[in-house]
Ligand binder design. Structure first.
Ligand SMILES: NC(=O)c1ccc[n+]([C@@H]2O[C@H](COP(=O)([O-])OP(=O)(O)OC[C@H]3O[C@@H](n4cnc5c(N)ncnc54)[C@H](O)[C@@H]3O)[C@@H](O)[C@H]2O)c1
Length: 351
């Protein structure tokens, strides 16, 4: 019988790829998302997409989770600047909302809970240190603190009936119809395409491990289908050792992928987030996992998408593709209330 999976964050950057990916693997996937960024759909796709329930994770009930074998949980405020804007709200959604969802899943008998964590739990590494899953966590932001708390709280709940696991993803890149341009490689590709020039605000020395969004999808799928004993209560980094890049290398790769693009390097910056990560453990936990993408291939993919849709500077800078901009707009226009619930769900009735 096909595995039945509810995946949250279905209308996000990774979720828009994960739905078709899981369906293609024969999984009965249903999405759930409150729909903050639904206004953005960068390019047409033909892949079959799963049904999506419109709901906030803070409001899901046991009934919503009944009949599912597993949950893949992606729906959160998804980056550091968003989290720093409203740390309280970030804790309420990313920690509180995630624990509520997990509790509902556990009660409904959905055994497996695949949680999208992040390498940002490691915070700032020592210059030559390579962090692995045994390294102490050192979260620097509300976003990363919440990832750590969810991992800790869910680890305590793991037992023979509940199988949480924690995918500590590197920073994503690559094309998705629900594009994000607020992550490093995608942002640099957009700059290269629209201005033919990349100006780094720093000297580019910090390390950033990267992973393609489709390789993240592969890790989710393999985590959903792995034997319970391999993954229960385990945290593992998602990425590959050869994709630890310095920001300057990422910028060079992008500049080389966009003919005629200039690269200008800035001064050392105050942003001290820098980490190199070891990705050996995922090979032990999910032996079949293999990244299929590199930054070079991802930058070429981005260029091909821009060429196909003749992307304009307006599209590049449009609100939905920068998560913080979109949420600020929805709050300013009072479509979202201060707790990020839809304030006027009847808008279609009066339009
Ligand atoms: N993209 C990355 O670089 C990266 C790296 C590491 C980890 N992650 C994690 O992977 C997950 C997916 O990331 P993404 O880049 O696709 O983010 P995204 O912002 O594109 O998507 C998140 C989705 O969750 C939804 N959402 C947010 N709060 C919700 C709520 N309270 N109820 C219901 N839906 C809600 C949003 O509407 C959005 O569609 C996140 O948990 C993120 O922290 C992402």
């Amino acid at each position: 019988m096909a595995l039945k999976v509810l995946f949250t964050g279905a209308d996000g950057y990774v979720g828009a790829l994960l739905g078709p990916y899981l369906l293609e693997k024969g999984i009965e996937a249903v999405g759930l998302d409150t729909g903050f960024y639904r206004k953005g759909w960068l390019y047409p796709t033909s892949a079959p997409r799963p049904a999506v329930i419109t709901k906030d994770i803070r409001q899901v009930t046991v009934a919503d989770l009944e009949g599912f074998d597993a949950v893949a949980h992606l729906a959160e405020l998804s980056n550091d600047p968003l989290g720093q804007q409203s740390p309280g709200l970030t804790h309420e959604i990313n920690h509180g909302g995630s624990m509520h969802l997990a509790e509902m899943a556990r009660k409904a008998g959905a055994r497996r809970f695949v949680y999208m964590s992040s390498c940002s739990v490691y915070g700032v590494g020592q210059p030559e240190q390579i962090l692995d899953e045994t390294s102490p966590v050192n979260p620097q932001t509300a976003y990363a603190e919440c990832k750590v708390k969810v991992e800790e709280d869910l680890t305590r709940r793991a037992d023979s009936d509940f199988e949480p696991c924690f995918l500590r993803n590197a920073t994503a890149y690559g094309a998705s119809p629900r594009q994000r341009f607020d992550i490093v490689l995608n942002d640099l590709c957009g700059l290269a395409w629209t201005t033919n020039k990349i100006t780094l605000q720093s000297d580019g020395s910090p390390w950033r491990p990267l992973v393609h969004a489709l390789d993240m999808c592969q890790a989710v799928w393999r985590s959903l289908t792995a034997p319970a004993d391999a993954i229960r209560g385990q945290a593992y980094n998602v990425g590959s050792n050869d994709q630890n890049y310095r920001v300057i290398e990422i910028a060079r790769i992008v500049a080389d992928s966009f003919p005629g693009c200039e690269l200008e390097v800035g001064q050392p910056s105050a942003d001290n987030r820098s980490y190199r990560v070891n990705f050996d453990k995922i090979q032990r936990v999910l032996p079949e996992f293999q990244c299929e993408w590199t930054a070079e291939k991802g930058a070429r993919q981005m260029r091909q998408v821009f060429e196909r849709i003749a992307m304009t500077p307006e599209e590049f800078r449009a609100e939905p593709y920068t998560r913080l901009k979109m949420l600020m707009r929805l709050r300013a226009s009072k479509l979202l209330d201060d707790k990020l619930f839809w304030a006027n769900p009847m808008v279609e009735a009066v339009a």
